[in-house]
Design a protein around this ligand. Structure first.
Ligand SMILES: [Zn+2]
Length: 223
């Protein structure tokens, strides 16, 4: 499963044996660890195979780890990712400040229902149109209200889209549709993936930026 995340949540996952191996093999200067020290990090252990770091909308840092992962290994991973944590934590904190100045309200259930109904009518049409143009097959299309992603694509070729996209301009909806359809060709965000997106949407970078810059307006209503 690969998802186009909104800025509501930053998540970093890694597979033991890959990045992790490198993380605990290299010696890092202590300053990198110190950066994270000031921040409280919540550790949640569960039956999982990977370690992930999540920055929540209320600027909390949550680390999820396998039941038996060694604390020293987890710390090593956190140290390795200190810059990433810092960067995204600051972004979240800045957003919280901005929210205080310019309060917005959550959409009502009624508004979400209307958006979902519209999305169910419009998104499948756009998917059909672009899938035919690109020559790809897809499975089911699901529309849901989601806080953390605009769209996603599963290995079973099922596509999932956020109903909030209905509050964005048409060209942005098309960008997300094409983005997810390109994952049917490339299940990653490699250069090859972006080259596929560019073939269909030459100005994809602008649309991507729009989505990042206008997320608040799309997700909330003015008070
Ligand atoms: Zn993607």
């Amino acid at each position: 499963m690969i998802a186009l995340l909104t800025d509501n949540k930053y998540e970093l996952t890694f597979e033991p044996g890959g990045l992790f191996h490198r993380a605990f093999c290299c010696t890092r200067p202590a300053s990198i660890y110190n950066k994270c020290m000031a921040q409280e990090i919540k550790l949640i252990r569960s039956r999982r195979r990977t370690i992930s770091i999540e920055i929540t909308p209320d600027a909390q840092v949550i680390v999820r780890a396998p039941l038996r992962a060694k604390v020293s290994d987890i710390n090593m991973f956190i140290g390795e990712k200190a810059d990433w944590i810092d960067k995204h934590l600051n972004k979240m904190k800045a957003r919280k400040e901005k929210e205080k100045e310019n309060p917005r309200r959550e959409l009502t259930q009624q508004e979400i229902r209307l958006l979902t109904t519209r999305a169910k009518r419009i998104i499948p049409q756009r998917v059909r149109y672009y899938a035919e143009m690109m020559g790809v097959d897809y499975g089911r299309i699901t529309i849901r209200m989601q806080k953390s992603r605009w769209g996603s694509c599963s290995s079973k070729k099922n596509l999932n889209f956020n109903c909030l996209l209905m509050r964005a301009p048409d060209e942005i909806i098309d960008y997300v549709v094409v983005h997810e359809l390109c994952h049917l060709k490339e299940m990653n965000h490699s250069k090859r993936f972006w080259a596929e997106v560019e073939k269909v949407i030459p100005d994809y970078a602008d649309r991507r930026k729009w989505l990042r810059d206008h997320q608040e307006e799309v997700s909330f209503s003015d008070v």
